[in-house]
Design a protein around this ligand. Structure first.
Ligand SMILES: NC(=O)c1ccc[n+]([C@@H]2O[C@H](COP(=O)([O-])OP(=O)(O)OC[C@H]3O[C@@H](n4cnc5c(N)ncnc54)[C@H](O)[C@@H]3O)[C@@H](O)[C@H]2O)c1
Length: 336
């Protein structure tokens, strides 16, 4: 690993998964800093959450949307000209990965990544930044953080596919004649505006606002290192230019809170307690995640800026502007 992080904005970037939660924020940030962005996703850009997520980028003169499926379509036109490829497309979610949808996880997380990596190599793209996950770690010893060189033993099929994807990219990047260097970022539970509706903070805020119980898995003792989306975007941008050939880097602040503590914070911010209906913890749910953030500091010059209460308040504000919750229209709605 070399040193001296330098934050140089790429002139032209491809963002895969651009219609999703993190990818859409990344595209907005790249456009703000003057990068020309090609955004690729398989979603129609004019429907549902994709339309809402892409609201500001779609009208931007430096943004092109490519609707394509990474599993089987020609990727050459989308990759052409990119100085950096940010590969965020993927099939997220731990619990459903046990079921019949596993082939989607395999194809969207592993096969799609391999196809993109081959195309980046073919076109000589200098850098690929991959969205990996804290799920690759599995169980961590009490009191110890997840360090990038700790054994990765995922506890879910989702985690297995994310680990396979990152190791695949690293294998490509370590070949002697490799033209594309790789930084795989292990995101730790991202939250903030546009968060996927299956994720805990979004569900907890909706429960507090609507009074309808949150279906909670486990007794609330599970701990998570929650990372605000703007901080995740900052780390991802920094990874575009950080000196590296094939590296894995945690993107998490190194502080974890229990689900019970989180629900208290959500209740305080929302001004109403989060009603819960408790079910047993599900297979694949790890007891704790806790990033060791030192490498992100050294390699990316990254430090998270947004604390949990502030981030939850921003997510609430977004949610309140966005949609009716549980039949109750929430204050300030300027979006359909
Ligand atoms: N959100 C988190 O807390 C978190 C944590 C760890 C890792 N990650 C990873 O970060 C990335 C982004 O997560 P997110 O929460 O924004 O997810 P998201 O579901 O909101 O976005 C993913 C996007 O990828 C697109 N996509 C999936 N398969 C595709 C394919 N074959 N071809 C083209 N597009 C495809 C989807 O349509 C979607 O718009 C994912 O790779 C996820 O595994 C997320």
């Amino acid at each position: 690993m070399e040193s001296a992080p330098q934050h140089v904005a790429p002139g032209h970037a491809l963002v895969t998964g651009v219609a999703g939660f993190v990818g859409s924020h990344l595209a907005d940030a790249l456009l703000r800093q003057g990068t020309r962005v090609v955004g690729l996703d398989r979603c129609p850009p004019d429907r549902g959450s994709a339309a809402a997520n892409l609201r500001s980028s779609l009208g931007h003169p430096a943004f092109d949307y490519v609707r394509a499926d990474l599993r089987d379509e020609d990727l050459a036109p989308a990759v052409a000209g990119a100085e950096v490829v940010f590969h965020l497309a993927g099939q997220p979610g731990v619990r459903p990965s046990w079921g019949e949808t596993f082939p989607d996880y395999l194809a969207c997380n592993v096969l799609a990544t391999q196809r993109l990596m081959v195309e980046c190599e073919r076109q000589g793209v200098p850098r690929l930044v991959l969205a990996s996950s804290s799920s690759v770690y599995g169980r961590i010893a009490e009191g110890l953080g997840c360090r990038e060189d700790a054994p990765a033993r995922p506890l879910s099929p989702y985690g297995v596919t994310k680990l396979a994807a990152e190791q695949l990219c690293l294998a490509f990047a370590q070949r002697p004649a490799a033209g594309t260097s790789v930084i795989a970022l292990r995101y730790f539970t991202v939250y903030g505006p546009r968060q996927r509706p299956d994720m805990l903070i979004d569900r907890a805020l909706r429960a507090a606002l609507s009074g309808m119980p949150l279906h909670l898995y486990g007794d609330g003792s599970a701990r998570r290192d929650f990372t605000y989306v703007d901080d995740v975007v900052a780390a991802t941008l920094a990874a575009a230019a950080a000196p590296a050939r094939a590296e894995v880097v945690n993107v998490g602040g190194g502080r974890s809170v229990s689900v019970a503590e989180l629900l208290e914070i959500v209740g305080r911010v929302a001004g109403a307690a989060v009603p819960t209906r408790v079910s047993p913890a599900q297979p694949g749910d790890v007891e704790a995640t806790l990033a060791d953030p030192r490498k992100a500091g050294e390699l990316l010059g990254w430090k998270p800026q947004v604390d949990l209460s502030t981030g939850v308040a921003r997510q609430l504000e977004w949610l309140a502007r966005r949609a009716p919750v549980g039949g109750t229209r929430v204050v300030g709605g300027d979006r359909p």
